[in-house]
Design a binder for this molecule. Sequence first.
Ligand code: GLA
Ligand code: ZN
Length: 674
Amino acid sequence: MTMINEKLPKIWYGGDYNPEQWEKEDWDEDVRIFKLAGIDVATLNVFSWALNQPDEETYNFEWLDEQIDRLYQNGIYTCLATSTAAHPAWMAKKYPDVLRVDYQGRKRKFGGRHNSCPNSPTYRKYAERIADRLGERYKDHPGVLIWHVSNEYGGYCYCDNCAVSFRKWLQEKYGNLEALNKAWNTRFWGHTFYEWDEIVVPNAVSEEWNGNSTNFQGISLDYRIFQSESLLDCFILERDVLKKHNPDIPVTTNLMGTYNELDYFKWGKEMDVVSWDNYPSYNTPESFTAMRHDLMRGLKSGQPFMLMEQTPSQQNWQPYNSLKRPGVMRLWSYQAVARGADTVMFFQLRRSVGACEKYHGAVIEHVGHENTRVFRETAALGKELAELSETLLDARVPAKVAIVFDWENRWATELSSGPSKALDYVNEVHKYYDALFGENISVDMVGVEEDLSKYELVFAPVLYMVKSGYADKVKEFVQNGGTFVTTFFSGIVNEHDLVTVGGYPGELRDLLGIWVEEIDALPPEVKNQIVMKNDEGSLSGSYDCSLLFDIIHSEGAEVLAEYGSDFYAGTPVITCNSYGKGKAYYVGTCPDKAFLTDFVKTVCEEKQVKPLLEVPKGVEVTERRKDGSSFFFILNHNADEVVLGNVEGTDLLTGKEMNGNTSLEAYGVMIVKQ
Ligand code: GLA
Ligand code: ZN
């Protein structure tokens, strides 16, 4: 496990900095202002490939030497990017294989960023080469803290190079065409392949449309896995060459939370430390941001992560780029720290004058000085974080509850034609997360490889795809006393998206003690009811439900609730099966928020998993733990002051002793040590 902060053992504070877009006279001013804000890390060289390498033979890093040295002499360290997220124009002109082919089948021309084909031999060769030069040059520089490879990897390519690599990848995966034809069920619509080169990439000119609709889930799913791995291979290529020069400098790349196109659990394994870019919009639920932080922490089984980017105030790429209200930047920064971030960094340190990000917020705004609201808030936070650092660094977030999140399952769910276009995997996962968040119960977001034995409760909403061995893993967990919760549209297919025949929910059927005979799908506005047969913990009476409605037969499970209407009124909708020492719940429909709140309370109470603190609504509480001490983060997301009841301890931020009526201001934060 890497302690990211070794060279600079504090909560790193800083962000993306592009001095190459400015004149020399601005640089000293930058440093003066950074110091006022407690900024001690600058991310350099993110989009400077064209500057570093003006042509095929020439490399020019003098500008970068000067910047890294200058900053270091001023006590500012460098998070050093490798600049490979946008290729130079000369490369696109000379070697068109670096250009992607898009989803519509159009060959791109030079333009944009994150624009290189991951299977282009030219891109790979020059990306590796520049990483090699950078590694060689800066391996011993005392100012270089960490490598930031490329930037926000993403997007897919559908070019001929990708087609060739895809076929190779398929050959390795399946061995022979017979196995592939079987896995893709190609007898359907007469798609049997007899030669590998008959296989073409799935996009709008072949099997797909609308980005996630496909005739053949098999090929589309494999293409997503393949493209995610292709980009990951590019990351690994640079990482390895950097490590060759100095294995002690950690390597990361900035991820994007619940970004669809990359299987981040595979990425997490290859990174020394996970970092990510957090850009909620003004109306993103705070529980959604919290879930994304927890997911990023989950990629490396709870190891602290880096908040690589957030805006000090507004963005430029949302439809409405609202300002962060006074206090909100601080609040959201602490939300990241509360959930495991050991750095707080911004995009960007100085706002650019031209191109599409000139209206993106920055620590130094266009006015050019420090007398701004945004700067004052930045500086105040910098001071606080510096003081907290030693106390909090590397503290862990203990959780007894896990929610399973799986990218391949997500892709398969989205690609499936039917039963409902309104089914959105991330949204369904978030509903359960939100209910737990509302109770201030800490959650780990885990992949399917995570060990479950450390949890009391595991939720796996819409576990449509049950990968080989996973059902046994869950059964063992329940056998040993764990509580497992899953929902409608689970246990349906194997990892090739082939249906497990013999009755839904397939491999989970005996664990859940039910058989789902039919699945009804109705427009989201059409409601049915979940009618409780008896009161169970906090559950009682009737709740609304919608979206999908499984028609269930109990095969030994206890029926806790039945449908209230339609032709399946009076049949089971919520069941609980005892299995070994544990229990397996099935929620056969998409319940309203009231049900989920009462449901998570009930199952958590059964397992003695308690809210961290009792606090007013809209107040988030998390715990980080270190050296036997607990730190409770109390975050007021309300635009009004709240009174905290029976919270005891000392607030690390103010030194204030809490008593029965401590108030917390609008958007306020407390960190209570116990
Ligand atoms: C991303 C990128 C940055 C910048 C910001 C703007 O996170 O990594 O380069 O474009 O978005 O919000
Ligand atoms: Zn390609």
